[in-house]
Design a protein around this ligand. Structure first.
Ligand code: FE2
Length: 358
């Protein structure tokens, strides 16, 4: 498995979701499939931004399995797809090592070549498709036609790639999924948080990070820990009706211009208390960015031995308090913002309280 290939979302209205990700998050239309291309059951819009591909899919009838998925979970990520050099070999390895197959290796072809795909089940109703499109010279996949949107956003955030995709799983299930990824996908575990690291008085989680050998695929896995109030991970699991993708982190090399653009486009971010910036210099040391500017845009900073990172989290991107997006810039730091979890949790709890779920 070499990299993230795309993330597919099952949604109630793909046409409107696609417009939102274009106008707010700076994606452009790329490819489309639906009745016009021979798919009578569902429509898919593929959006692209640099190396990020998001696919939004809606079924056209209420008894379709995708409609059932959306009824259960609300809009969310259904597929974290990886690119690979060998679909058959990887599929065989994963299945021999415990992964449940959802789609056995298929070769789909048209006049542009051969597209190879297989799918494996992971937590909840999420899957991993594994894709080899190296011998496919068409736009996206057989059955898709070009789909262009004019520049729908006010300002381009210039997001570059998917940095990591985070799962929320049920209490006491994190280690099962860590073993699953170690065994079936040969991923390594990377950094661990315990409830001693990530805890406020009220809310807590445990987290381990899985990664591919080349470091390009990073999949943190969270589970709720006991807190005085309801864990934000448990709130997610309740509203998602089970485990699922909690957030997608998108990488930028200029977070100040990215967050400025996203705020201009109307994206809502979690609030950060002003006093977060009071001791920032002491905590982080010298950084390239102007701290007043970070404070104005509410950008968070964390560091490890290798450097620092800047990050910020959106509010949920649908009405259920489930999936959200993280914007991240790495300046050497390979972590995930452990030092920001306290500040972040307090902010998330404020939102939970407003929803009456704390
Ligand atoms: Fe993250």
């Amino acid at each position: 498995m070499r990299n993230f290939k795309y993330l597919e979302f099952y949604v109630g209205n793909a046409k409107q979701a696609a417009h939102f990700y274009c106008s707010a998050f700076g994606f452009s239309g790329y490819a489309y499939s639906g009745p016009e291309t021979g798919d009578k059951e569902s429509v898919s819009y593929v959006l692209k931004q640099n190396n990020i591909f998001f696919v939004f899919t809606t079924a056209l009838s209420s008894n379709h399995r995708i409609s059932k998925w959306v009824e259960k979970h609300g809009d969310g990520v259904s597929d974290i797809a990886f690119s690979t050099d060998s679909v058959e070999q990887d599929f065989k390895f994963c299945v021999e090592n415990g992964a449940e197959p959802l789609l056995i290796p298929q070769q789909i072809s048209d006049e542009y070549g051969v597209y190879k795909i297989a799918s494996l089940k992971t937590y909840g109703d999420v899957k991993h498709s594994i894709i080899d499109a190296s011998n496919y010279k068409g736009l996206w996949k057989p059955g898709f036609m070009p789909f262009n949107t004019n520049n729908l956003c006010i300002a381009s955030p210039n997001l570059l790639l998917v940095d990591h995709v985070v799962a929320n799983v049920e209490d006491n299930k994190m280690n099962d999924w860590v073993s699953f990824y170690k065994k079936s996908f040969k991923f390594n575990s990377f950094i661990e948080f315990t409830e001693d690291d990530i805890a406020t008085q009220y809310s807590a989680l445990r987290s381990k990070v899985m990664k591919s050998d080349n470091n390009k695929i990073k999949l943190p896995i969270n589970e709720p820990a006991e807190g005085l109030k309801k864990s934000q991970i448990q709130e997610y699991i309740d509203f998602n009706n089970g485990p699922g993708v909690q957030h997608i982190a998108l990488l930028t090399t200029d977070i100040i211009s990215t967050i400025s653009a996203l705020r201009n486009n109307g994206v809502d971010f979690l609030d950060v208390p002003d006093n977060y910036y009071d001791d920032l210099q002491n905590r982080i040391g010298v950084i390239d960015e102007d701290i007043e500017k970070l404070k104005e845009l509410k950008i968070l900073v964390d560091k490890d031995e290798q450097g620092y990172l800047l990050q910020l989290f959106t509010k949920p991107v649908q009405d259920r308090p489930t999936l959200f997006i993280e914007i991240i810039q790495r300046k050497g730091c390979q972590g995930f913002g452990k030092g920001n979890f306290m500040a972040l949790f307090k902010s998330i709890e404020k939102e939970q309280q407003r929803r009456g779920n704390l």
